[in-house]
Design a protein around this ligand. Structure first.
Ligand SMILES: CC(=O)SCCNC(=O)CCNC(=O)[C@H](O)C(C)(C)COP(=O)(O)OP(=O)(O)OC[C@H]1O[C@@H](n2cnc3c(N)ncnc32)[C@H](O)[C@@H]1OP(=O)(O)O
Ligand SMILES: CC(C)C(=O)C(=O)O
Length: 655
């Protein structure tokens, strides 16, 4: 089987209406239409397994809660399921709010119209909807009828419908409305449509207070949306007694343009739209009411429908239709509020930071790269916005850490940690979940447990013994020299305790100095801190970037503690631990360097190892030195994840 080389014989170009004076292109969409949800009729009739009564009941209640006031509930003459459901709905007290219209569909067949009307006995507000296809194709292929015969059928059925509904005081329904659909409208001759609708209107005799609904379907979408809009404008401007008519749209999505068609056709004068949630319906579906409503909302117009808990709506829609809502479905799809790619994440993160910095609230203007709708307005949280895979960059990773740990990583650390994350995503070939990234961070920077270093005890005092300041400090006062600090403490490394001492300008540099005595020679190159939380629960987060002496090796350390000094010491030990681990997948046991002139404060309190750390460190550095001084942390977590990947440990993710 092949596609035709020249399809022009088989498929004829759609002939658009000639409407040179069209007005709709200069109109804007600024009012909410009357919505009709036909999920329980057009949507339901297209399902492989149509809903049972219970399913319809649940779906109907959802539509009511969302705010729909006109709901097409059934095709009662189709059989017991729809007939019984309709009867149950109208006879159950309180099941239908008094401002909700129940719509039912019937073909132009007297006996079926009778059954349809009977099913509604007990309803407060009911719309009887009749249809007959008016296109040449249907006239010839399906009915074998002329225009005149079709008009006669439509008029006869409308008169009959009228006699058993609004003209019958015993119909059992408080208020009747009537809808007529020239099915296949968009493929019909426009003047014939006007003719048949005028005849139906005359037969029904609508009023301004109770207008007749002319529903103009694109039963099969056949052309571009502007052509449909022209057809609607033509109908609106050529029908008499426009004030007694509600013009309704019923677009299908065969060409994927149903939403556009519905929007342009409203600009062309339509008052009402029939569709379904997430566009379920015959073939490619009906127009999607969620998209239409939220398109209005993102233009600052409340659609009158409440999608503030869209996940619950999706749950019911999916359960009822047994068809999943596509992950890319506008607004509602699982992936639409979510960015994986680095530059998108970066822009979104900056957008949120700017919002936060400006102190903007939920109701302030939404100016956000890549996100047309604030996910919180439809009940989505911000956690799901950014997800991390191999296409992600530092912005996304930093966002995750901010969301999960409340840590504002400095730019340098973002760059380093995102490379670690990247290694994992590349290696695993999949997205990393927020919890995994959080665990990776905690582990990489030894935040839950530093496996190698433990500060057993320490004190930091002003150092009174320091000799006079060197030449560079000659200008300083005596009191500033007294700011020098002496660190004295006991540190446990790989299970062995060492007493160390060091002097520096502050707590951090005195500990760094003390560590030198163990052969751990780190210069603090960058330091950042911020608070986490507020009040009594406030903690300090400290980030330190260290350079290993005489090498390009750079390591980051992170410390979190209620006490800001302790946070910085922990951060330095976090860096020191990573420095020792270097790139080796399995940690090399620590052996302290024997005391030298520079190590005058080293006082081992436990058995010292047989070899010195310095040669070992040199060896590790020589083997692992990154050309550009790149970070080498996270290797052990990589090893563990590799193991997990081999075992095939999979991860699901929440919506
Ligand atoms: C565009 C739409 O979505 S229209 C709604 C479509 N929905 C449904 O069809 C769901 C419910 N339908 C049904 O249960 C059945 O089709 C019924 C009960 C309506 C009719 O069943 P049957 O009598 O067995 O007829 P069947 O379905 O085989 O064929 C349809 C018949 O109705 C005719 N028909 C089709 N549309 C209409 C109409 N709008 N008005 C009058 N007759 C029509 C067809 O020409 C055909 O007539 P024929 O038997 O003389 O050839
Ligand atoms: C009955 C009509 C309105 C219909 O469902 C259609 O044309 O798609």
């Amino acid at each position: 089987m092949t596609m035709l080389k020249d399809p022009s014989q088989k498929y004829r170009k759609f002939k658009p209406l000639h409407l040179p004076n069209r007005q709709w292109p200069s109109k804007t969409l600024d009012k909410v239409p009357r919505w009709l949800a036909t999920d329980l009729r057009d949507g339901n009739q297209s399902l492989p397994d149509p809903m049972d009564g219970e399913g319809k009941w649940r779906y109907f209640q959802m539509l009511v809660q969302l705010g729909y006031k006109e709901i097409e509930i059934s095709y009662p003459s189709s059989g017991a399921t729809d007939f019984d459901f309709t009867k149950k709905l109208v006879s159950t007290p309180g099941a239908v709010p008094s401002d909700v219209w129940l719509q039912v569909l019937s073909p132009c067949r007297r006996e079926l119209i009778r059954t349809t009307v009977d099913s509604l006995r007990g309803a407060k507000k009911a719309i009887l909807h009749l249809y007959v296809a008016t296109s040449p194709c249907f006239q010839q292929v399906v009915f074998g009828m002329t225009n005149e015969q079709q008009i006669a059928l439509a008029v006869d059925c409308t008169r009959y419908a009228r006699s058993i509904t609004k003209d019958d005081p015993n119909s059992g329904v408080e208020q009747w409305a009537y809808e007529f659909s020239p099915e296949t409208f968009s493929d019909s001759d426009k003047d014939f449509v006007i003719q048949i609708c005028e005849a139906v209107k005359a037969a029904w005799e609508p009023s301004v207070d109770n207008p007749i609904i002319f529903n103009l379907p694109a039963t099969v979408e056949m052309s571009t949306p502007n052509v449909y809009a022209d057809q609607i404008e033509y109908f609106c401007t050529n029908m008499t007694e426009r004030e007694k008519i509600c013009v309704s749209l019923h677009p299908h999505n065969d060409r994927g343009c149903a939403v556009a068609a519905a929007e342009l056709a409203q600009m062309a004068g339509a008052d009402r739209v029939e569709g379904t949630l997430f566009g379920n319906g015959e073939r490619t579906g009906n127009v999607d009411l969620v998209t239409l409503a939220l398109n209005l909302y993102t233009q600052g117009i409340h659609p009158g429908i409440d999608f503030s808990d869209i996940n619950s709506v999706i749950d019911i829609v999916e359960t009822s239709n047994k068809i999943p809502v596509h992950q890319r479905a506008p607004y509602g799809g699982e992936l639409v509020c979510c960015a994986f790619s680095g530059s998108h994440q970066d822009a979104i993160k900056k957008g949120f930071s700017a919002r936060e910095a400006a102190g903007l609230s939920k109701t302030d203007p939404w100016i956000m790269p890549y996100l047309p709708l604030d996910p919180r307005d439809i009940g989505r949280n911000y956690e799901a916005i950014i997800r991390v895979n191999s296409q992600s960059g530092k912005g996304g990773v930093a966002w995750m850490i901010k969301r999960t740990l409340e840590l504002d990583l400095p730019r340098g650390l973002q760059i380093v940690f995102s490379k670690i994350v990247q290694k994992h995503t590349d290696m695993l070939g999949r997205e990393l979940q927020a919890a995994e990234i959080k665990a990776l961070f905690l582990d990489t920077y030894h935040l839950e447990k530093n496996p190698r270093f433990h500060l057993v005890d320490y004190e930091i005092n002003a150092d009174r013994t320091t000799s006079p300041a060197p030449a560079a400090e000659a200008g300083r006062t005596a009191s500033s020299r007294n700011l020098r600090r002496r660190f004295k403490g006991v540190i446990e490394i790989d299970g062995n305790e060492y007493t160390i001492e060091g002097i520096g300008n502050g707590a951090l540099s005195s500990l760094a100095n003390a560590l030198k005595s163990l052969g751990i020679d780190l210069d603090v190159a960058d330091y950042k801190e911020h608070s986490i939380g507020a009040g009594r629960e406030t903690k300090a987060a400290t980030y330190i970037e260290c350079t290993a002496a005489n090498s390009n090796l750079k390591v980051w350390g992170v410390g979190i503690h209620q006490d800001v000094v302790q946070a910085s010491l922990i951060a330095l030990l976090s860096a020191a631990s990573s420095f020792l681990d270097s790139r080796s997948a399995s940690p090399v046991p620590f052996r302290p360097k024997k005391s030298t002139a520079a190590d005058q404060h080293l006082v081992p309190t436990a058995e010292a190892g047989p070899s010195r750390i310095e040669p070992l460190r040199r060896q590790v550095l020589a083997e692992n030195e990154p050309a550009s001084g790149a970070d080498v942390q996270g290797s052990q977590v990589v090893a563990r994840l590799e193991e997990a990947a081999e075992k095939g440990e999979a991860n699901g993710h929440a919506k």
